[in-house]
Design a protein around this ligand. Structure first.
Ligand code: PLP
Length: 487
């Protein structure tokens, strides 16, 4: 008899206690990270589907044939939705990052040019492509976007020189929800024989139902691959995305196969080896349950809510929506067009919104390679559940605006303290720092950012992100997260 260390009841009680401290995943209070359909039946179905496949290993669909069957269904559904024909093939991956990374890996394998392959994208492209370039050894070339957050087609096309292995644009971009000019850029890429990936991770399962859009998917000639996250507007639990690729031969480069070891022959379409089939099963079940009409209904709800919220922002003096957002998300910045006393700093606004129970996402100002600055913003992702608490959210947005109107945003130059102060001295010596964990802790301590837990106001933290060189911030944030995970 095994002497168990605890009863299942005790363990699940402990888990429930831990879960109680999490941000709410349902109900529309958190306006990023979670995509709540508002339909309990969907969550129950997903849970049952996950349980049904719990013991499977998705590594080998020849042994566990249900995995292949579900994957074929999901690919068929998304291919049709995203304008793909018989020549389009695909893979279910573990998420948007993996889909993006595989699109880049495939392009690199297929690259026939000279020298180090380049990845060309607008500055608004998701950081997953920075990660892909880093992992797979491509040089990332970011082309500045306009003040409206949109990829500059002419500048992108001018940058399509030999050596570019892949061009990436977004449908829409994550930071500002801007739909890039797909047709124009794809035509130029095709003429030059360069592959083009449309990152529709966030838009892929909702834009097909958005009214009045120009063409943006696989129906556009020159688009060679597209990613769409099932765990965003596919309403599946985390761990599912699709990558669709035009042309079998192009896509085969995505695979890794090896018989050069004494073990089982390895053939992997994705980065993982052994993997869960649970997110795939959940996504598959949800697709069967909703069908195209169900997805359309949910998208229409998002469209209504987003329209109403954009109107709300338009009515708040001092805030302005960035560009012309497409899809159920948008970013707000300060409205520079009103006198200072009437302006609203989007980060103070987000902190106030939080005090009214709604968590929006703060995004730092960003300096592009040409020196132009994209302003700090606050990002809101709208999901079907938003409609159920629309008046409450609108009221909170208006009230938060009233609360902080005229309060100047935190100046990143000032946040580090006086020029002759300890923080400035510490950072002046940044180049000489030993980049180790102990030094990072010391700096975080001096900033009052050690000891776990997030500060109550996020605006000062984002101002720090703006103030510090990105290499320093990346190092410090790595330490912050790593510390959180240390026993
Ligand atoms: C979410 C997102 C990604 C990355 O996806 P993950 O699922 O978070 O790994 C990439 N691109 C865009 C546009 C996204 O919105």
């Amino acid at each position: 008899m095994i002497q168990f260390a605890a009863t299942a009841e005790e363990i699940l009680h402990e888990l429930a206690t831990l879960r109680a401290a999490d941000a709410p995943t349902h109900g529309g209070k958190v306006l990023s990270y979670v995509y709540d359909s508002g339909l309990a039946a969907l969550d129950d179905l997903a849970a049952a589907a996950m349980l049904a496949v719990q013991p499977l290993n998705g590594l080998d669909p020849t042994t566990f044939t249900s995995v292949a069957a579900m994957e074929r269904d999901v690919i068929a559904f998304t291919r049709e939705l995203l304008g793909g024909d018989e020549d389009v093939v695909g893979t279910v991956t573990s998420g948007g990052t993996e889909s993006c990374m595989l699109a880049v890996k495939t392009a690199r394998e297929n690259f026939r040019g000279q020298g180090a392959p380049r990845l060309l994208a607008p500055a608004s492209v998701h950081a997953a492509f920075h990660k892909a370039a880093h992992y797979f050894g491509l040089t990332l070339e970011l082309v500045p976007v306009g003040p409206d957050g949109r990829a500059d087609a002419a500048a992108m096309i001018a940058a399509m020189v030999p050596g570019v292995a892949l061009v990436v644009i977004s449908a829409p971009s994550y930071p500002h929800a801007i739909l890039d000019p797909v047709t124009e850029i794809a035509a130029a890429a095709q003429a030059k024989g360069i592959d083009l990936h449309v990152d529709a991770c966030i838009g892929g399962l909702v834009l097909p139902f958005w009214p009045d859009l120009p063409a943006w998917d696989l129906a556009v000639p020159g688009v060679t691959s597209i990613s769409a996250d099932l765990h965003k507007y596919g309403y599946a639990p985390k761990g599912a995305s699709v990558l669709l690729t035009r042309g079998r031969d192009r896509q085969r480069a995505q695979y890794f196969a090896s018989t050069s070891w004494p073990g089982y022959p390895v053939v992997n379409p994705t980065l993982l080896g052994s993997k869960s089939a649970a997110p795939l099963a959940a996504a598959w079940a949800i697709i069967k349950f909703l069908g195209t009409a169900g997805f359309a209904e949910l998208a229409t709800s998002c469209h209504r809510s987003t329209g109403a919220l954009l109107e709300t922002v338009a009515g708040i003096e001092g805030l302005a929506v960035v560009g012309n957002p497409t899809g159920p998300l948008f970013a707000v910045a300060v409205d520079e067009g009103v006198p200072e006393a009437g302006r609203i700093d989007p980060h103070h606004w987000a902190d106030r919104l939080k005090s009214y129970g709604f968590t929006a996402q703060l995004q730092p100002a960003f300096i592009q390679s040409d020196g132009s600055v994209l302003p700090r913003t606050t990002h809101l992702t709208i999901t079907p559940v938003t409609e159920s608490r629309l008046p409450e959210l609108q009221q909170a947005m208006i009230q938060a605006g009233t609360d902080v109107r005229g309060v100047p945003g935190i100046d990143p130059q000032r946040v580090l303290g006086p020029a002759d102060g300890p923080m400035a001295a510490l950072l002046a010596g940044a180049a000489q720092f030993p980049r180790n964990s102990a030094t990072a802790r010391q700096i975080l301590g001096a900033m009052g950012l050690n000891g776990g837990g997030l500060p109550s106001a996020m605006a000062p933290v984002l101002a720090l992100v703006e103030a510090l060189p990105s290499g320093v911030t990346e190092w410090l944030l790595t330490e912050l997260l790593a510390e959180l995970l240390e026993p």
